[in-house]
Design a protein around this ligand. Structure first.
Ligand code: CA
Length: 231
């Protein structure tokens, strides 16, 4: 999952980046409304963590502009937004929710709770109600970040897990290599040109050659079979 953090408090922003990247997500940080808007127009983010009191304005300005969906170039107006507010900012929290924010946390927040809320928003955005994903004999737990094949746990690296999850979430659609890269890497992360190929190669060795298919010249996909959520 590619996450944009809009936060002007450097300590909070860095803490979020470090902790959320540990969960295997790609996290970019911008300090204000202007930077946030530029980032949303430039990259396909899966979720926005939005502080409200920003140096160059109020986070609700960014939210309103995103949800209005009238600007060009057009970021995805449906992008889930989770607002971060001080405990006493009740009025701005209400304003944010009414403007189209999907959830909120009050500072100081617990990082594990925040991560769980983010996973819930992602599930909802992908139209899933349940937390586990199953596909054939694969069972994926995004919260625990585990994969089992035919009941046996398979060890995946954080990147391998992220690629598998990204492909399963859009199954049977094809993701191009640039789309997978945009999903996995933030601006600061150098990327070897064949990195995705190498990860897919490892995934096939661990999970079986048939799990991820290549559409030559286009990208990768997980073929449709029994793509359904399990309890
Ligand atoms: Ca602030």
């Amino acid at each position: 999952m590619r996450v944009l953090v809009v936060e002007d408090d450097e300590g909070i922003a860095q803490g979020l980046q470090v902790n959320l990247q540990r969960l295997g997500w790609a996290v970019d940080v911008v300090p204000g409304v202007a930077g946030g808007w530029a980032a949303l127009c430039a990259e396909p983010f899966d979720l926005v963590l939005l502080d409200l009191g920003l140096a160059d304005g109020d986070g609700t300005q960014l939210l309103g502009r995103l949800r209005a969906g009238t600007a060009k170039p057009l970021p995805d107006r449906q992008t889930p937004v989770l607002i971060m507010t001080a405990r006493d900012q009740v009025a701005s929290r209400i304003a944010g929710l009414d403007l189209g924010a999907d959830d909120y946390v009050t500072k100081p927040f617990d990082i594990d709770e925040l991560a769980a809320r983010m996973r819930a928003l992602r599930r909802r955005a992908m139209g899933r109600a349940q937390s586990l994903l199953s596909h054939g004999d694969l069972l994926i737990d995004p919260a625990a970040r585990t994969v089992a094949r035919a009941g046996l746990l398979v060890e995946l690296s954080a990147r391998e897990f992220a690629i598998l999850l990204a492909l399963l979430e859009v199954c049977p659609r094809v993701l191009s290599r640039p789309q997978i890269e945009a999903h996995l890497y933030n601006w600061d992360q150098a990327l070897e040109s064949n990195a995705i190929e190498v990860h897919v190669h490892h995934l096939r060795k661990k999970l079986g050659e048939d799990v991820i298919r290549t559409l030559r010249g286009v990208g990768y996909f997980v073929p449709a079979q029994s793509m359904e959520s399990a309890t």
